[in-house]
Design a protein around this ligand. Structure first.
Ligand SMILES: [Zn+2]
Ligand SMILES: [Zn+2]
Length: 353
């Protein structure tokens, strides 16, 4: 069953780092259990920018590859056997779904599912939602929820994992290093939980956003570089370091600094992945005798996605301040470059003119 769809569409295809092309490709036909969704809004993401610059170890497999993974749209065609979705449904999908059957899924480590295939192709007029994602990780938008807000479900799920995944509680003093879009959402989620957030970045635009959007109680500029000792002495509670430090930068240097910034008995969350092959040095005395708990969680699970969707649908999180630019689908590359230059946090890609 389907609404009228054309035979071809425009899509942005990833060929290699620094080589993405706006092309005309066939509109795919949904197979059994799949949905064809007309993409309404897609969002640029820090991960897409990383991919654009250096490729990605797990996100983009065979090249050339469809590209983009944050989107919301309208169901326009149903594969055989789909019963829980209807033509015209406004939906948002996560970019993966676990199989619920493998070794890791049986241990409820859904984000590590052996069959996790990451969905790409949001920078296109239409996208196929694979059967597993359609069944377990897609949500129907309430009528009053705009597409561009719903499209934040995936990045917000990631932020929820960064915060809830390490057991942050009300009253905790948290340090967030790095205030890109995910860093900003982490500040927001931690504040909603009742934590006191100190946010650290290099640029005033990021620090201002962490206060106005995220509710950070303290912001610190490290335009001059990050001196961990001075930061702890001058800005942490009683000069002891923070209860938890979340690294949202993705650089080995900041992974190392994060360990120096947390208090004795505290937690470090290395949340942003570094380039493949990166290594760091750790002071074992610090980790052991100061009893630092180290976390490094990856991706998200359907329960994180559901929580994120509910926060957006209920209006508890309105992420629109993070969108400060709109681009046509043909101009995704320009949007990514604008992000890289620090001109805005996220761009909204209008997939139809
Ligand atoms: Zn993303
Ligand atoms: Zn699995």
């Amino acid at each position: 069953m389907s609404m009228h769809t054309p035979k071809t569409m425009h899509a942005v295809i990833f060929h290699a780092p620094l080589d993405i092309r706006y092309e005309t490709v066939e509109v795919p036909t949904p197979q059994a259990g799949e949905l064809l969704v007309k993409v309404h809004h897609a969002l640029t993401c820090g991960t897409d920018l990383k991919c654009y610059k250096r490729g990605h170890p797990v996100l983009l497999r065979a090249l050339p590859s469809p590209f983009g993974h944050e989107f919301a749209g309208i169901v326009v065609s149903l594969g055989e056997g789909v019963t829980e979705w209807t033509l015209g449904d406004r939906v948002v999908s996560a970019n993966s779904a676990p199989c619920y059957d493998c070794f890791y899924c049986e241990k409820k480590q859904y984000n590590l599912c052996e069959h996790l295939k990451l969905l790409n192709g949001a920078y296109a007029e239409y996208i196929i939602i694979p059967e597993k994602i359609a069944r377990t990780n897609t949500h129907r938008l309430p009528d009053d929820l705009p597409f561009e807000i719903a499209a934040f479900t995936e990045p917000l799920a990631v932020a929820i994992r960064a915060v809830h995944g390490i057991g942050i509680q009300a009253g905790d003093n948290i340090l967030v290093l790095g205030l890109g879009p995910i860093g900003q959402l982490i500040v927001k989620v931690a504040t909603l939980l009742g934590a006191n957030v100190t946010a650290v970045a290099r640029t005033p635009m990021k620090l201002d956003m962490a206060r106005s959007f995220g509710g950070a109680v303290q912001t610190i500029s490290i335009a001059e570089g990050l001196n961990a000792h001075a930061l702890v002495q001058d800005h942490s509670p009683q000069g002891r370091g923070w209860d938890a430090v979340i690294e949202a930068v993705g650089l080995p240097e900041t992974w190392e600094k994060a360990v120096q910034l947390c208090r004795r008995g505290g937690k470090v969350h290395w949340f942003a992945g570094c380039a493949g092959g990166s290594t760091i040095a750790l002071d074992t005395k610090r980790v052991h005798y100061d009893e630092i708990t180290l976390y490094s969680l990856f991706h998200h699970t359907p329960s994180d996605v559901k929580q994120a969707f509910d926060l957006l649908a209920s209006g508890q999180v309105d992420p629109r301040p993070l969108i400060s630019a709109n681009f046509a689908l043909a101009n995704v590359e320009e949007a990514l470059k604008g992000m890289e230059a620090g001109r805005f946090f996220k761009a909204s890609i209008l997939c139809f003119p």
